[in-house]
Design a protein around this ligand. Structure first.
Ligand code: PEP
Ligand code: MG
Length: 594
């Protein structure tokens, strides 16, 4: 494709879903609909109500159709997003108040409906909460559909996309995202949004890149502009020059060819030149990723973020549906381990449902993860029961997130024991020697991991949170992203200490934060003594390949060298030069934010 006509311009956002695409911009503007406002007579009331009912029916029909399409295209879990839309349609507050408005004020029904729904939208808009924001999107989306149907128009949607385009919008409703035929979709860009938006979940499921939080990009972009969206780096490049296109084209070609090479050997273990195996497992968020995990030859699942079962639908899945999901994953992995992490809700894992947790000033320091589970013990016990029942079908392990000290670990273990006793009493089969581990992602846990090791079977280091809590940098705040520094000597020291303390206690330790999937850091992690990494399934083949290029001896020398250094920039430069010297085909792409 020819390069763009204007000057090249780069926009930085948040890398939300991986991948790189080149395509043409399609700006999606939420349609402004003209809503008439006129008086009706009392004898027209019945007719107005009838029109309203018909519009509701029609809307229900449309949403059900989209739900089916999404279920076929992306899977049942993604389709459940539209159940929330169907619920909005049945919301008595919205429907009854619209009719009361009609009866009291004798204005046309679309005007009454818009007035009522706008009241809810305004009220929701004042609440600063991720869960409410997503529900707000649901209400706006459904309102728009109903108004279109009242006006007798079909919602002009993204369904008409007919070329490979990258869709850019201030924000997306879930039906916007789902309406785009997957075969054309090349990526999503939003000015607003977070990593947990519906659109990001959809982008990941459709394997297309997404970059969110690109402030003011719509002031510059126009329909048809040529852009590159880089979901690895969170970058959008407008009018890429020949040199940039060449660079991206070359790296894509190289990536594709290399990826095939990597895949060929990916089923084999990753063994260093001096004969040590490094286990490379996958992090997943749902069962739809199982085929990719198997295809990439992962050595198991090192982190199943079970909270996504909740996040995708906004409600807790039943014990039975969890059991079915856990059983499926554990069975499909054969003898390989599957580590199910109990819910890590709260913090940026959003959905601080008003009925569950009061608004918190510092949600990352609040009722998150194991604290949430220990507060809602019935929800927690349901989950533990489902996990234990599934443990009868394979190599399943349980992991608790965000343990800060012994008290929480004891409390979680005690609840697990209670559930085990109940199951035994009911003669339900489970793995009685099931291993239970914890995430090491809070500095206090890192400092006392020798003590914690006596009360659990394994550790997994969560560098995403460890970094945020050690450095006091919100991991999702783009204003302080430059301070979220994996080369900070404090982080390197704590990693070294965790590994040494674990080894001294013979406690297995792995790492499942994003750093484990970053090829520039992998030699250092191996040098620090880590032999088990858990990463996004897409990174497994290349990391196995990289490990085979390393010797433990040289990585230990590298680790010793950088541990003596005090400045992040030279540390990063040294890690990058070591990585690049391996010449295994991939130039370092890193999570480092600068
Ligand atoms: C981590 O904190 O590093 C981690 C793997 O967990 P999450 O990203 O789900 O918080
Ligand atoms: Mg974490």
């Amino acid at each position: 494709m020819a390069s763009g006509t204007g000057p090249e311009q780069t926009f930085k956002g948040i890398a939300a879903a991986p991948g790189v695409s080149l395509g043409r911009v399609l700006i999606h503007v939420e349609n402004e609909l003209y809503v008439p406002n006129y008086a009706v007579d009392s004898e027209d009331l019945e007719g107005e109500i009838k029109r309203f009912e018909l519009a509701l029916l029609e809307t229900r029909h449309e949403i059900s159709k989209i739900r089916h399409q999404v279920a076929d295209r992306l899977g049942e879990e993604e389709a459940q997003i539209f159940d929330a839309h169907l619920l909005v349609l049945e919301d008595p507050a919205l429907i009854d108040e619209t009719i009361t408005e009609l009866e009291n004020n004798l204005r046309n029904i679309e005007y009454c409906f818009q007035k009522t729904s706008q009241k809810y939208i305004d009220a929701f808009q004042r609440i600063d909460d991720e869960f409410i924001k997503e529900r707000l999107n649901d209400i706006k989306d459904v309102t728009r559909r109903i108004l279109y149907n009242l006006a007798g128009e079909t919602l002009k949607s993204l369904e008409s996309i007919d070329a490979e385009q990258i869709v850019v919008s201030h924000d997306f409703t879930p039906s916007d995202a789902a309406a785009i035929p997957a075969e054309y979709l090349k990526g999503f860009i939003t000015e607003a949004g977070s990593r947990t938006s519906h659109v990001v979940i959809m982008a990941k499921a459709a394997s297309v890149p997404a970059v969110v939080g690109v402030h003011n990009i719509l002031k510059t972009l126009q329909n048809g502009d040529e852009i590159i969206i880089d979901g690895f780096e969170g970058v959008v490049i407008l009018n890429p020059s020949e040199a940039t296109l060449y660079q991206y084209g070359e790296s894509k070609k190289r990536r594709d060819t290399q990826e095939l090479e990597f895949l060929k050997l990916s089923g084999e273990p990753a063994i260093t030149k001096d004969g040590e195996q490094v286990i490379i497992m996958s992090n997943i968020e749902g069962n739809n990723e199982i085929p990719r995990v198997l295809e990439t030859g992962s050595d198991g699942i090192g982190l199943y973020r079970t909270e996504y079962l909740f996040l995708k639908t906004g409600s807790f899945p039943s014990e039975e549906s969890q059991f079915q999901a856990y059983k499926e994953v554990v069975k499909s992995m054969g003898d390989s381990a599957v580590i199910l992490r109990t819910y890590d809700l709260g913090g940026d894992k959003v959905l601080q449902r008003k009925d569950l947790v009061d608004k918190e000033d510092n949600p990352f320091l609040g009722c998150r993860a194991i604290r949430f589970s220990l507060l809602y013990t019935e929800v927690f016990k349901d989950q533990l029961r489902a996990m234990l029942r599934a443990s009868a079908y394979g190599n399943l392990k349980i992991m608790f997130p965000m343990v800060s000290g012994l008290e929480e670990l004891h409390a979680a273990n005690q609840l697990l024991d209670e559930v085990k006793k109940d199951l035994k009493a009911s003669k339900v089969k489970f793995d009685e020697s099931i291993e239970v581990g914890i995430m090491i992602e809070i500095p206090s846990a890192a400092f006392i991991c020798d003590i914690l090791a006596d009360h659990c079977d394994f550790f997994s280091i969560g560098t995403n949170d460890l970094m945020q809590y050690m450095l006091a940098v919100d991991r999702g705040n783009e204003q302080v992203a430059h301070l979220y520094e994996p080369c900070h000597p404090a982080l390197l020291r704590i990693l070294k200490q965790i590994v040494e303390m674990s080894n001294a206690k013979n406690q297995p330790v792995s790492i499942c934060g994003e750093l484990a999937g970053d090829p520039i850091f992998v030699p250092l992690l191996v040098g620090l003594g880590l032999r088990n990494l858990s990463v996004s399934p897409n990174f497994v083949p290349s990391l196995k390949f990289l490990v085979r290029k390393l010797s433990v001896e040289e990585t230990q020398a590298l680790a010793e060298e950088v541990m003596m250094m005090s400045d992040p920039d030279p540390i990063f430069a040294r890690l990058k030069s070591f990585h690049d010297s391996k010449e295994y085909g991939i130039k370092g792409v890193t999570n480092r934010n600068r």
